[in-house]
Ligand binder design. Structure first.
Ligand SMILES: NC(=O)c1ccc[n+]([C@@H]2O[C@H](COP(=O)([O-])OP(=O)(O)OC[C@H]3O[C@@H](n4cnc5c(N)ncnc54)[C@H](O)[C@@H]3O)[C@@H](O)[C@H]2O)c1
Length: 310
């Protein structure tokens, strides 16, 4: 079962699961996801889409009653961190309650595997530190990060109490076709509306690693197949980083726009809750013989092209 299957990452994961011969039941409340993302799968007899809200226990329960699942891929969340800055309940419901409801259904219906889309946001802001899976003092700076960290804790306890296995993946910023939010999505949207100027949140120097969607999906499969501890927790990432101003330059270049005037809102962080820079220690995943194929700049360039041509 794939929760969040109509979203950006969920729909790519659905493609890969179907390609590999799995039967997929994808469910999504379409809060951010789009049916367009999975339109091409709807006629596949191994793929079923069910619109439902996992923050409502009865809806989640009904789904588990109707189907027998081997594995839950939990990719449903409020992925718009900026939006929840003004409304913490958005993350309470969509990022945390989705997790606890899914775990509770797994317990009742004896489903033993969960793959969880966690985030670098659980680490909070750690400037100058290469963040490894063992880094301590986990103080998230967004409600989203808090809800992801709480979900991880619940997953760990459900695994121990119920002999389940989990794969907890802490993603960096992920980019590719079908994006539903984020800096690339925003810049393209703004520049389509006004191709002469662009407002950039922050000072443009925020610098983060951007991972290409194909690399992310490869890493998930690689670890899921080869690691069988009770809790398998990995940072997934890329060694290089890109600044926000470089992303704006790439988007303008790919859209064929020249002399676009940039207006910076000026602060060090784009908005309260944003982590302006971070760097992962990737030794753990690199030691498994997985490494991203694309650099951060290449990932961004590819995804801008994908979005512009779709
Ligand atoms: N994209 C990234 O850079 C990134 C980074 C770190 C972690 N993640 C995590 O990866 C997962 C997928 O993210 P994405 O970028 O594809 O975002 P997305 O918004 O495109 O996908 C999330 C999906 O979950 C669905 N959803 C939200 N609340 C729901 C609910 N209550 N019931 C059912 N469906 C619900 C949304 O409609 C959406 O389709 C999320 O858990 C996100 O937090 C993403």
């Amino acid at each position: 079962m794939l929760a969040g299957g109509a979203g950006f990452i969920g729909s790519h994961l659905a493609d890969r699961l179907i390609d590999e011969g799995y039967r997929v039941v994808a469910a999504d409340n379409l809060m951010l996801g789009r049916e367009d993302n999975i339109q091409h799968l709807l006629s596949n007899r191994n793929f079923t889409f069910i619109p439902l809200d996992f923050s409502l226990y009865e809806e989640a329960h009904g789904l588990f009653q109707a189907y027998k699942f081997d594995t839950v891929f939990h990719f449903a969340a409020n992925s718009d961190i900026q939006a929840s800055a003004h409304d913490p309940t958005r993350d309470l419901k969509n990022t945390f309650l989705t997790s606890s409801n899914l775990l509770e259904c797994m317990r009742e219906f004896q489903v033993k595997e969960i793959i969880f889309a966690s985030s670098s946001a659980i680490y909070g802001h750690k400037p100058g530190v290469k963040i490894s899976e063992d880094s301590g003092n986990l103080w998230p700076v967004s409600y989203y990060g808090g809800a992801k960290l709480a979900s991880e804790a619940f997953i760990a306890s459900y695994c121990y109490m119920n002999n389940m296995k989990s794969w907890i993946f802490r993603f960096p910023n992920v980019v590719g076709g079908r994006l539903t939010h984020g800096v690339v999505f925003d810049f393209i949207k703004k520049l389509r509306k006004n191709p002469t100027s662009l407002t950039i949140l922050g000072n443009g120097k925020q610098s983060k690693p951007y991972l290409y969607i194909d690399d992310l999906i490869d890493a998930i499969f690689h670890i899921w197949r080869n690691h069988q501890e009770m809790i398998n927790c990995f940072n997934i990432g890329v060694d290089s980083q890109t600044t926000v101003t470089s992303i704006a330059d790439m988007v303008c270049e790919e859209m064929g726009l020249q002399n676009v005037q940039y207006f910076y809102s000026g602060e060090k962080v784009g908005w309260k809750g944003d982590v302006p820079e971070f760097q992962y220690d990737l030794d753990k995943i690199h030691d498994t013989n997985w490494k991203s194929r694309y650099t951060s700049d290449e990932a961004l360039r590819l995804s801008i092209r994908r979005i512009l041509t779709s």
